[in-house]
Design a protein around this ligand. Structure first.
Ligand SMILES: Cc1cc2nc3c(=O)[nH]c(=O)nc-3n(C[C@H](O)[C@H](O)[C@H](O)COP(=O)(O)OP(=O)(O)OC[C@H]3O[C@@H](n4cnc5c(N)ncnc54)[C@H](O)[C@@H]3O)c2cc1C
Length: 821
């Protein structure tokens, strides 16, 4: 047993946290705060010796999304709490920060960020170049288009903060052992059973890998994929600058790829340059502690020059320190939290992409809550380890991607921006044919997916903007073809799981909120709920025969949905899950002419009577046999064709060859998005998450309340039904056809802030932007239809409020007549 207050090496603990950086101490402290005082933290060297000791100490609250902002915003509360608990200083000071924009496009981005800050409840002030210059007199503000001032941001001392949190953990009977590397994680029957160190083993139920840039290699020993890679990360510290005020706000100049702050009478200038330098390619040395990497003036020269244009004083003042230290980066610039998909009790909190000091407090608390409660405390899907595919831990993939990721924090966060490195890993069998048709691809979970098709005269590459991008017109034509003729989508990236066995119906019956005990050949749209009634998955389930079901989910959810299924198969049940994603390509034929097109290639009866909406049958297409499912995510007549991978090119060629006179067009994911938003079809991960239930999401039609055996989450859902809705997803159409919606725009009801959009895009048929978002009445039962619709709404776009019309029905074809023709 762990014996607090003694020096004996512990042989048992409830949880072992590996790594004594800011993240590890935060996880351990929060576990102790939740009553898990029998927690041991093991540190290979000394606390902070990895990356934390040299963090620049910026505590910036506003992040890309609401929940990530909430986690970062918690840092200040934590720092103040441990100061009170321990009497130790974290060095936290509220300095405020200024964010300056040098271009109109950046200014549009900053203004959208200011609107999001309002949703998060932060004070944010729009200031002009003059005011920014008054606050930071040393800066050249002559080319600044606009600036935002965030008074609540601050700085702290990373070493002092980590030590204070560590002390607070020890005060709660937690134990920290330094100079104790974990050499292995022990497992038994698919679960963690302990850790191995040179001093001995410690038996435990839970391990949390907070090993920073060592986390990937440590995970690999246990078969856990943790896709992160280290990169060199730089800042300079000048010689003392006489008269420099210690009250200077942090100055962030993303267009100059630099930030600047006062640091003990000197100026610190940090960089987020494009074309970063991956480090530790052959693994991170075991003995790397409080380590620095060599200076690289050549690499940084252009960025120093840019910073010096902003801060001319840099040309004259000497550089006291050129600091280069490694930090971990992940393929999508988002950190990694949660339980490993393939090893129970193995949690991860790593890969912090240069925001770990400010995010470690909130992330540590979230992971501790997740461990204690058995589920995340909020929607953490954007950082959930289950978003990754195993191949993403491939070292070359990580190395190549890392060159791009470091710079992303200060790069333009363009809507629809696609990664540029390590592309082309997962391709559909018709990939090359789509290139021939002008496809421009985006990437999701490694899949190359056609987002739009360039028409003659349009360059097949993205030209980004916050306004209408170069593909807007091409996508509009694809959209119109699907509404008026027929469009063909390659959706081979769908996750596809075969669930089969004597107990498959029963198992899926418990997991699905809808009734899947249907006749073979029927397809059911359903959510999977957790015990709290929150939505864990949004899938279709097709009954293939008595014993076999096909579950189809979005590409991003392939791992997550498989894990959820596997974990909810009761012991002893005869039910297996097989991932068929790679075995089946999907070509989706949608539009009023879809039947005519398919009928030219298939002798099977595709009439509405023989093949109604929701039916799924094997049919012949050309020389192949495919599964055709009559279903739609665009609101038109259509079939998803599930095709053995090796026959996909043949089926595609047949479709193209048979399309004469039908107005067939290739259509991409951007058109899919504009089509689905006009139908208010929900998007998993945005409009529906584990924080939302089917009642609030307007998906009660997919809940089979009375089916025998019930379903997971039913009790919670019934309680909410009885209490009445406190919030509800509403669809909005902007009255002004010009502005565009993306997500996280504030929703104002009769002049009061009541929510934010969860997704938004332009509806080409409706000729205006459409947004979905939850409207919060503030109390159960308040979100009645009358209350929701009987008010005046505005959506705030880049600080400007735009009148919007609410509806609870799809704005396009509200009665769904077009899908049943
Ligand atoms: C130059 C620079 C400036 C930065 N500035 C900021 C900033 O201003 N604001 C901000 O928010 N972030 C900043 N960051 C990022 C921030 O420093 C990191 O995200 C954060 O420190 C990561 O913390 P961590 O606990 O995950 O990793 P680490 O601090 O590296 O901790 C991991 C620990 O695990 C230990 N360990 C590894 N393997 C084992 C093992 N097998 N057994 C036991 N222990 C093990 C290591 O010794 C290490 O101490 C900056 C980073 C750099 C490089």
């Amino acid at each position: 047993m762990t014996t607090p207050g003694t020096d004996a090496f512990p042989t048992q603990a409830r949880a072992v946290v590996i790594g004594g950086g800011i993240v590890g101490v935060s996880v351990a402290y929060h576990l102790a705060r939740r009553g898990w005082t029998d927690t041991v933290l093991l540190e290979r060297n000394q606390l902070t010796s990895g990356t934390t000791w040299h963090a620049a100490g910026l505590v910036t609250k506003l992040r890309a999304t609401y929940n990530m902002t909430m986690l970062a915003a918690y840092a200040e509360e934590l720092f103040r709490a441990v100061e009170t608990e321990t009497g130790m200083s974290t060095g936290f000071r509220t300095t405020g920060s200024i964010l300056v924009a040098r271009t109109e496009e950046r200014w549009a981005e900053v203004q959208r960020g200011m609107s999001m800050a309002r949703v998060c409840g932060f004070e944010v002030e729009q200031i002009g170049a003059d005011e920014a210059k008054r606050m930071w007199p040393l800066m050249d503000a002559s080319n600044i288009v606009g600036a935002a001032y965030l008074p609540a941001d601050g700085v702290a001392n990373p070493i002092d903060t980590t030590q204070a949190i560590a002390r607070a953990f020890r005060n709660r009977r937690g134990r920290i052992l330094e100079h104790t590397p974990v050499t292995d994680v022990l497992t038994r029957e698919g679960r963690v059973s302990g850790v191995r160190t040179e001093q001995g083993d410690i038996a435990c139920d839970v391990v949390v890998n907070c090993a920073g840039m060592w986390a990937r290699e440590l995970g690999r020993k246990s078969g856990v994929d943790i896709p992160l890679h280290a990169a060199e990360h730089f800042y300079l510290i000048t010689e003392p600058v006489p008269g420099l005020s210690s009250d200077l706000p942090v100055l962030r100049c993303p267009d100059d790829t630099a930030y600047m702050r006062e640091d003990a009478g000197k100026i610190m200038v940090g960089f987020f340059e494009p074309g970063a330098k991956p480090w530790g390619i052959d693994g991170i040395p075991d003995d790397f502690a409080f380590g620095r990497l060599p200076e690289d003036w050549d690499h940084l020269a252009p960025y120093i020059e840019m910073a010096a244009r902003r801060l001319p004083l840099l040309r004259d003042v000497g550089i006291k320190l050129f600091f280069n230290g490694p930090e971990s980066f992940t393929p999508d610039d988002r950190y990694i939290l949660g339980e490993a998909p393939n090893l129970g009790g193995y949690f991860v909190a790593a890969g912090f992409n240069s925001v770990g000091f400010q995010s470690g407090g909130g992330a540590g608390r979230a992971v501790a809550d997740w461990i204690v409660d058995g589920h995340p405390p909020m929607d953490l899907s954007e950082v959930d380890i289950r978003r990754f595919m195993p191949f993403q831990a491939n070292r070359r993939y990580l190395r190549e991607r890392t060159t791009e990721v470091l710079g992303l924090l200060y790069d333009m966060h363009w809507p629809f921006r696609q990664v540029e490195t390590a592309r082309g890993v997962r391709r559909s069998p018709v990939h090359d044919r789509l290139i021939g048709a002008g496809a421009v691809f985006g990437e999701v979970a490694g899949w190359e997916r056609a987002n739009w098709f360039a028409t003659i005269g349009v360059e097949p590459r993205y030209e980004y903007s916050y306004g209408r991008q170069n593909w807007f017109g091409c996508s509009a034509e694809e959209h119109r073809a699907v509404r008026e003729a027929v469009g063909i989508f390659d959706q081979s990236s769908f996750g596809k799981l075969l669930v089969q066995g004597r107990d498959a119906e029963q198992v899926l019956g418990r997991i699905c909120a809808n009734d899947v005990a249907v006749a073979p050949g029927r397809l059911v749209y359903t959510q999977w709920l957790n015990e709290r009634g929150g939505i864990e998955a949004d899938v279709t389930v097709t009954r293939l025969d008595e014993l076999r079901f096909l579950v189809v989910s979005a590409a991003a959810d392939q791992v997550r949905d498989r894990v959820w299924l596997e974990r909810h198969i009761p012991a002893g049940a005869q039910c297996t899950v097989t991932d068929l994603t790679s075995g089946l390509a999907v070509i989706n034929v949608q539009g009023p002419a879809a039947r005519t097109l398919l009928a030219r290639l298939s002798p099977d009866d595709l009439s509405n009577e023989a093949f109604p909406f929701g039916a799924s049958h094997e049919i012949e297409v050309g020389l192949a046999r495919v599964r055709a499912s009559r279903v739609t995510y665009v609101g038109e007549l259509g079939w998803e064709l599930y095709i053995p991978t090796e026959m996909a090119a043949h089926v595609y060629d047949e479709l193209m060859a048979a399309s004469d006179g039908l107005g067939l067009r290739h259509a991409g994911y951007h058109a899919l998005n504009s089509l689905r938003i006009e139908k208010a079809y929900r998007h998993m991960g945005h409009d529906i998450t584990d924080e939302d239930d089917p009642l609030a999401a307007g998906l009660a039609f997919a809940v089979a309340w009375d089916k025998p055996g019930g379903f997971i989450g039913k009790d919670a859902l019934e309680r909410r039904r009885e209490a009445g809705l406190g919030r509800r997803l509403v669809t909005f159409a902007l009255d002004d056809p010009e502005p565009l919606l993306y997500h996280s725009e504030p929703i104002w009801r009769d002049g009061r802030l009541v929510g934010k959009t969860t997704s938004g895009w332009y509806g080409h048929t409706l000729g205006r932007a459409i947004g979905l978002g939850y409207v919060d009445a503030g109390e159960p039962g308040g979100a009645t239809r009358e209350w929701l619709l009987g008010a005046t709404y505005e959506i705030e776009v880049a600080t400007q409020r735009v009148p919007a019309t609410p509806t609870l029905r799809p704005p396009y074809d509200p009665r769904g007549e077009r899908i049943r023709i």
